[in-house]
Design a protein around this ligand. Structure first.
Ligand SMILES: Cc1ncc(COP(=O)(O)O)c(C=O)c1O
Length: 305
């Protein structure tokens, strides 16, 4: 709901730049507001991160917003200060463009990675940045339904008007719990990140040992976004050809009992997303099932265009 409220600032036909792969809800939010999503595909060689030159190319006189999400759902990739500065340098040159930054996974970063956010990296963007966050991920408080945002006064006022006339209902109990989470002792974050890092490394290692899969090591969140290009064109034991990442996740679900999400849903194929927000025992079991399922495929992979 928080996100829909800012999209109400769109006029029909306004363009919103969305780096792909993206969190599945962004394009629909834009479409609901009669805006036009403009997708910019990330490349594996850049850990799927938006590049300054690609951002520059995507901006037109009709661009109203650029959406950034770091660390990312679905890739876990996060922008370093320098990478973020390269993007904010582009945005500074286009004063008609606003930035929505979804910082939901701010506290889920590993290997000493330093999180940063656009308004901090480039104070010149302060008046046209909407910084969104929430307690769902960092504090494992998904069910409390609390998100929050900081941004230009007029925009926040307009969002408040929409929220107050809708059924989003952030209850007073949830609000109080979120305040306690945000102001309370944060010392649990570091040990929790240590165990997330171990799970990430376990999953990345096991996926890289699976025939036909390759997986980058992301900086944050609790997702990995492996490539399944090396299984496209192969045959399952019951004779079906894996044509797409959707075919592959269906095969994993039906043949191995492992649920993943196809890259198609996030706007970049042939990949799939795995969430490692579960125990090491479950992850080990799931990854060895994936390895077996990959080893069982027959035939040669074909190059994806
Ligand atoms: C990038 C991102 N933003 C926002 C959300 C929304 O979280 P919630 O609705 O639980 O607050 C999610 C949830 O998966 C997410 O991955």
């Amino acid at each position: 709901m928080l996100y829909n409220a800012f999209m109400a600032s769109l006029n029909p036909g306004d363009e919103v730049v969305i780096p792909a792969p993206y969190w599945v809800s962004y394009p629909d939010m834009v479409l609901l507001a009669e805006g036009v999503p403009v997708f910019v595909e990330g490349r594996e060689e850049h850990n799927f991160k938006l590049q300054a030159a690609d951002l520059e190319k995507a901006i037109t006189p009709k661009t109203k917003w650029v959406i950034l999400n770091s660390p990312s759902n679905p890739t876990g990739a996060a922008y370093s200060w320098d990478e973020m500065k390269a993007l904010t340098d582009v945005l500074v040159k286009h004063p008609h463009v606003y930035v929505m930054t979804d910082d939901m996974y701010e506290h889920l970063v590993y290997d000493g990675f330093k999180f940063c956010t656009p308004a901090e990296v480039e104070p010149k963007l302060f008046d046209r940045t909407l910084t969104c966050n929430g307690v769902s991920k960092s504090y494992a408080m998904t069910g409390w339904r609390i998100g929050y945002a900081g941004g230009p006064k007029d925009l926040i006022k307009a969002m408040g008007v929409i929220q107050s006339q809708s059924t989003s209902n952030p209850s007073s109990v949830s609000q109080e719990a979120a305040v306690v989470a945000l102001n309370g002792d944060q010392s649990f974050l570091a040990p929790r990140n240590d165990s997330f890092k171990q799970r990430r490394d376990l999953v990345v290692g096991m996926l890289n040992d699976a025939d036909g899969l390759s997986c980058l090591t992301p900086e944050g969140a609790f997702y990995v976004y492996p490539s399944c290009e090396g299984v496209i064109g192969k045959q399952t034991p019951d004779g079906k050809t894996i044509e797409t990442d959707s075919d592959f996740v269906t095969y994993l679900l039906e043949g191995a009992g492992v649920a993943c999400v196809q890259g198609e849903a996030f706007g970049l194929s042939p990949y799939f997303r795995i969430s490692y927000a579960t125990s090491e025992a479950v992850l080990k079991d799931a990854c060895s099932r994936i390895q077996k399922a990959c080893a069982t495929l027959q035939g040669e992979a074909r190059k994806v265009a």
